[in-house]
Design a binder for this molecule. Structure first.
Ligand code: KG4
Ligand code: ZN
Length: 345
């Protein structure tokens, strides 16, 4: 089963061909980072307009790189949420049109579920059933959550951010520091020469059972807005700040917060496998500290492959190949859902 995947939920225009859910034949990603960088974040109108312009070429490249002809495509999979609605609509319109013109079924995929699945694009990993239950730390520019994955399709959201996502905390921190967008790699780079203990930024956590916590486990919820404010005040108080030390301290606070909540998630779920997915899972300091956590807790850590951490279409086609997603009339009538939740799958 060769599935063509399309992903346009945010600022990456991506298409990929994946065979039988695991074998990535091609993975084309056109990043719009340079177009959004002057604004310090993604501008929805610019993103959707560029998806329209880039998608035909990205699709042709994905098919060309796969070594297959259009005829060999058995289904078309597309992200239908969450994300920017105007961006999602571009990919969905293209996928619906392709499904009809190729006379192949359409599969509508939840972007967050696809991030959870991204670890399985590593050919050395066993199938989801063989791997068993796992705890997934999903950290990206739009989302930060801990998900208890009992099996493929059986998810329980344990906790999530109460305000900014981890990637957003990196991006906003970088803006305050005068670094470029996206902020994660910039802060990681600046932090290399710094001392992570030189400045003690707050590791704030959610303690109150607010309406936003709802049914979630408060011990598995994150909060980053206080940290961002602490950085703002630090910079005001120390105009001649040491960039490397500030970046290292700020990164350390984000990483420590994620690792502490993940530790609680492991204790509560009792799972012996931990996965880290999403753009922030590229962060070397986070990977190192999760590795230490895994050793201390006696669990196996599976970070997503570096090519599959940030948004990509291989995870969309892969998840569809694993039998997930809306199909038939449900897929054809699906609207873009900007607020789709991970547990809605
Ligand atoms: O998963 P992704 O491509 O997009 C969403 O689905 O949101 O993640 C993008 C986010 C950005 O916020 C970016 O700053 C962050 O991932 N990121 C990093 C690193 N590389 C990307 N954060 C920390 N360290 C990195 N090396
Ligand atoms: Zn994403």
């Amino acid at each position: 089963m060769n599935i063509l995947g399309i992903e346009t939920s945010c600022d990456e225009t991506a298409a990929a061909v994946v065979r039988d859910g695991r074998d990535v034949l091609s993975n084309t990603i056109l990043s719009q980072i340079k177009l959004h960088a002057p604004y310090g974040g993604v501008v929805p109108e610019i993103a959707s307009r560029n998806h329209v312009e880039a998608l035909p070429h990205v699709l042709e490249t994905a098919i060309g790189d796969s070594g297959l002809d259009w005829d060999a495509i058995d289904a078309v999979a597309v992200t239908y949420g969450p994300g920017l609605s105007s961006s999602l609509m571009v990919g969905m319109a293209a996928a619906k049109a392709l499904s009809q013109s190729l006379d192949r079924p359409l599969v509508a995929i939840n972007h967050l579920e696809a991030h959870l699945y991204s670890i399985f694009l590593d050919p050395d990993l066993p199938d989801p059933e063989a791997l068993g239950p796992l705890l997934v730390l999903l950290v990206s520019g739009g989302h930060s959550c801990l998900v208890d994955v009992e099996a493929l399709g059986r998810y329980r959201l344990l906790g999530q951010t109460m305000d900014d996502a981890a990637g957003e905390a990196f991006d906003k921190g970088a803006t305050l520091l005068g670094l470029g967008y996206p902020g994660g790699p910039q802060i990681e780079n600046a932090a290399r020469a710094g001392d992570p203990t030189a400045i003690d930024f707050p590791r704030s956590r959610q303690r109150k059972l607010t309406a936003r916590v709802g049914d979630l486990d408060v011990d598995c919820c994150f909060s980053f807005s206080g940290l961002k404010t602490a950085l703002l005040y630090y910079l005001k108080k120390h105009p001649a700040f040491d960039l490397a030390d500030v970046a290292a301290g700020y990164q350390e606070a984000i990483v420590d917060t994620l690792v502490a909540r993940t530790r609680d998630g492991l204790t509560k779920s009792g799972h012996k496998v931990l996965a880290a997915v999403g753009g922030v899972a590229l962060n070397g300091r986070l990977r190192l500290k999760l590795e230490q956590l895994a050793q201390e807790e006696g669990v196996r850590l599976i970070p997503a492959g570096r090519a599959y951490c940030t948004d990509n279409a291989a995870m969309i086609a892969g998840l569809a190949g694993a039998g997930r997603g809306l199909r038939g009339a449900d897929a054809m009538s699906a609207d873009a859902n900007p607020n789709l939740c991970v547990a809605a799958s």
